[in-house]
Ligand binder design. Structure first.
Ligand code: ZN
Length: 368
């Protein structure tokens, strides 16, 4: 094993629009550059990892392992790459991998695969097919490239050190990857399958993330004679209805609280206090503004799981009707809603059919 791994991290991230340099931006719980450092070390394929950066002070504070060296980068990517090769010469490497720090998602499997191909090849380049159709502009003329013949090169790219060093030291003008050097010198390049998820992070949009939250809701209302029973917005034939300032729909109230919980917006009482204004309000009317505000922001409901706790009515008899109603009210697929019936073995107020309770849990994803 006489392989060295070079991480190029000297770019100015001109297209990234962030105050911190892109390579130090947090991505999947760690700095973008740490993904490359950790994977190259964990692969145990390399004698040394060399980081080329223009933020040397930052790395001093970072405390990298001994097998990681930090060197100062150049103005362009190709300058930084050349600096790394000149630095490495004293170690007399057999192979060198060149990688862009902006690609944190490559796998160790890819590193192993490249290493395997390096035995019989002097340049191994991972490529993927283009998903988009590419046009090529040359001297004010536009050409259509056949998508099936177009290859997109990724990093890490691996080379026999000697050849790469020779090509790189003679190169004049900037290049955007090392494969170019081999191709320009008519040297055989082995293209292997790259990884579709190994994308280059160029714009802040490339790493926009989503967060998922859970919300819990609970409600209970007393059953009283001469009131209509509403559950999940459905009128249910029953000997009693639920007492309350509103129609007492425990399912919809628990849903509202669960949604407010997941979006961190306090509770149902904050929006619907026991005032004259809301006297005898129907619960779908209470749900509507909550759903509207949810839709206006970037929240997406993933699912609702509902426990209706009562001795009677039997949930199975009204399950489909209630799920249909909730699905329409909150514009969520029926498949994402579950309703369970739970009795309490005739215990307490609920067991004696004096009250109905409901608990709801929901998961909501917030997109940036
Ligand atoms: Zn209620």
């Amino acid at each position: 094993m006489n392989n060295y791994f070079v991480i190029l991290a000297a770019g100015k991230s001109k297209r990234f629009h962030k105050k911190i340099p892109k390579q130090f931006y947090n991505y999947k719980n760690k700095e973008i550059i740490d993904h490359s450092i950790e994977k190259s070390l964990n692969s145990k394929l390399f004698k040394k990892v060399i980081i080329v950066s223009n933020n040397l002070n930052y790395f001093k504070k970072k405390k990298c392992p001994k097998s990681v060296s930090i060197i100062k980068g150049g103005k362009e990517r190709s300058d930084s790459s050349l600096k790394a090769l000149k630095y490495l010469k004293k170690y007399n490497p057999k192979n060198v991998f060149i990688h862009d720090a902006a690609r944190p998602d490559f796998s160790i499997k890819l590193l192993k695969n490249i290493t395997k191909y390096l035995k019989k090849n002097k340049a191994v380049i991972p490529v993927i097919k283009s998903k988009d159709t590419i046009k090529y502009k040359s001297q004010n003329q536009i050409f259509n490239l056949n998508r099936n013949n177009s290859l997109l090169t990724q990093t890490p790219q691996a080379f026999r050190f000697k050849e790469l060093y020779n090509f790189a030291t003679k190169q004049k003008g900037k290049i955007t990857d090392e494969a170019t050097l081999f191709i320009n010198n008519n040297f055989r390049v082995k293209f292997i399958a790259g990884e579709n998820h190994n994308n280059k992070i160029t714009y802040i949009d490339d790493i926009k993330t989503s967060k998922t939250y859970f919300g819990i809701g609970f409600d209970i209302h007393k059953l009283v004679k001469y009131k209509r029973l509403y559950l999940g917005g459905v009128k249910i034939p029953f000997h009693s209805g639920l007492e309350g300032h509103s129609d007492g729909d425990v399912i919809l109230h628990a849903i509202i609280d669960a949604l407010l919980g997941a979006t961190r917006k306090k509770d149902i009482g904050t929006y619907f206090p026991n005032t004259k204004k809301f006297k005898n309000i129907r619960s779908p009317k209470m749900l509507k503004p909550i759903i509207n505000s949810l839709n206006k922001s970037n929240f997406v409901i993933n699912n609702l799981d509902i426990n209706l706790i009562c001795e009677k009515p039997k949930v199975s008899k009204f399950r489909n009707e209630i799920i249909n109603s909730i699905s329409k009210l909150i514009n969520l697929n029926k498949e994402q809603i579950n309703l369970k019936g739970k009795t309490v073995e005739k215990l307490g107020l609920i067991g004696k059919e004096k009250a109905i309770a409901c608990e709801v849990i929901t998961s909501i994803t917030e997109y940036d």
